[in-house]
Ligand binder design. Structure first.
Ligand SMILES: Nc1ncnc2c1ncn2[C@@H]1O[C@H](COP(=O)(O)OP(=O)(O)OP(=O)(O)O)[C@@H](O)[C@H]1O
Length: 224
């Protein structure tokens, strides 16, 4: 599902000397990539999410494949069904054009022109997985940070991505909520043959759920 062979990405605002990344993952489930603050986790997550070069300018070399696509070869909008990224701040990701949580989660599937039944089913399943059912009639702007984080995760899941990237996406959730969601994500990834890549500073919360752990260092991406 994700292959990085000698991949070197230098963003326009590069803060580190170039490094080559090698990473292979074809197995469904959860993988955790660890890294200190400023180590480049978000940049790597955005690269895998297809932001390069439109929203992530820089230079890319080596051989990268993400859900069958090479970064930079297709517009971001066409990758939405394959790869979804949930970022640290949910406020950056709410659409700002819906009036309820339910509408917010259905927004992506509606843009895929799916049938109403399919949209409803995806919305319900995503709400169930992220424990958002009780929020369905709330206006997204009134949500707490943790509630907004769950809604953004639900919106990503409703797109049924092959690869779900979670960039420090549990920061606003309690340890118990984090465990509940990781348990459901793990089962979802197996059932859908999908890959969840979790980017975190430490492995405390995700180690138990991950089939492999990696660390982003100044020189490489190392398997732990
Ligand atoms: N491969 C790279 N080569 C050079 N500079 C990089 C690379 N990746 C990221 N950077 C730069 O390093 C800085 C930090 O990157 P980024 O925000 O991705 O780190 P992070 O690990 O997500 O940090 P935090 O945990 O604090 O959110 C940014 O200015 C980014 O442009």
């Amino acid at each position: 599902m994700v292959t990085l062979d000698n991949v070197c990405f230098q963003p326009q605002d590069a803060r580190h000397p170039p490094r080559q990344l090698n990473f292979h993952c074809a197995r469904p489930g959860i993988v955790t990539i660890l890294g200190d603050n400023g180590s480049g986790k978000s940049t790597l997550a955005q690269l895998l999410a297809g932001w390069y070069p439109e929203f992530l300018p820089g230079t890319l070399s080596g051989d990268a494949t993400v859900a069958g696509l090479r970064p930079g070869e297709q517009p971001l909008i066409e990758q939405a069904q394959r790869v979804q990224l949930v970022q640290q701040s949910p406020w950056l990701q709410l659409s700002g054009c819906t009036f309820s949580v339910e509408e917010e989660i259905a927004f992506g599937p509606e843009n895929l022109c799916l049938s109403e039944t399919e949209i409803l089913q995806r919305t319900e399943t995503a709400m169930l997985m992220t424990h958002c059912q009780h929020l369905r009639h709330r206006h997204p702007a009134t949500l707490s940070g943790g509630e907004a984080q769950r809604v953004v995760m639900a919106s990503a899941l409703a797109m049924k991505p092959r690869i779900l990237l979670l960039d420090e996406a549990f920061g606003r959730l309690s340890p118990q909520s984090t465990e509940e969601i990781l348990t459901r994500l793990s089962a979802w990834a197996q059932a859908e043959s999908s890959l969840v890549i979790v980017f975190e500073c430490d492995a405390t919360r995700t180690r138990h759920y991950s089939h492999s752990l990696w660390r982003l260092t100044p020189d490489a991406l190392e398997a732990l």
